[in-house]
Design a protein around this ligand. Structure first.
Ligand code: HEM
Length: 143
């Protein structure tokens, strides 16, 4: 669950992040594949990138996860992640790749939202990302 410090920050910024999450996801993938073209050919599916399906899947899952943490602060939404974990395992993802996604995703958040991303806001969304990331890494390890 989220810390007492991050919970109100996520609650307050969820609307603006939710409104912009498609654009954030689009810029995140562009930036990541510019830096790591090997991932586009080796891991991701070009067809799913071309029609924007993967952008929507990632954006939708982060927004849904954050909404759940805010609406049910005493629960962890394990069930929201099991389909993603199975997909990741079928592709042979490794835990260190979560750092790569983190780096480019947070670059995109700042690129889209600009000064709204105060250090406090960045820290709260960082917590959401790693809560999700670590839950996925754990589930994937167990599969
Ligand atoms: C917190 C971090 C992450 C979240 C929330 C997330 C979310 C998702 C979601 C929702 C899907 C779609 C699953 C489906 O088809 O049902 C997906 C697929 C996928 N994810 Fe992740 N993911 C994360 C981290 C990563 C990392 C670190 C990598 C590796 C660099 C990665 C690579 C992929 C790939 C290759 C697919 C399949 C995409 C395709 O079909 O082209 N993901 N992820």
């Amino acid at each position: 669950m989220l810390s007492d410090t991050s919970l109100p920050v996520i609650r307050a910024t969820l609307p603006v992040v939710g409104e912009n999450i498609q654009e954030i996801a689009k810029r995140f993938y562009q930036h990541m594949f510019d830096a790591r073209p090997d991932l586009l050919d080796g891991l991701f599916n070009r067809g799913n990138q071309a029609d924007g399906r993967q952008q929507q899947a990632l954006a939708g899952s982060i927004a849904a996860f954050a909404r759940y943490l805010v609406e049910k602060p005493d629960q962890l939404p394990d069930h929201l992640l099991s389909r993603v974990a199975h997909k990741h395992v079928s592709l042979g993802l490794s835990p260190d790749q979560y750092e790569i996604v983190h780096e480019h995703l947070f670059w995109a958040i700042v690129d889209v939202l600009g000064e709204a991303v105060t250090p406090e806001v960045a820290a709260a969304w960082d917590e959401v990302y790693w809560l999700m990331g670590n839950m996925l890494i754990n589930q994937e390890r167990g599969l």
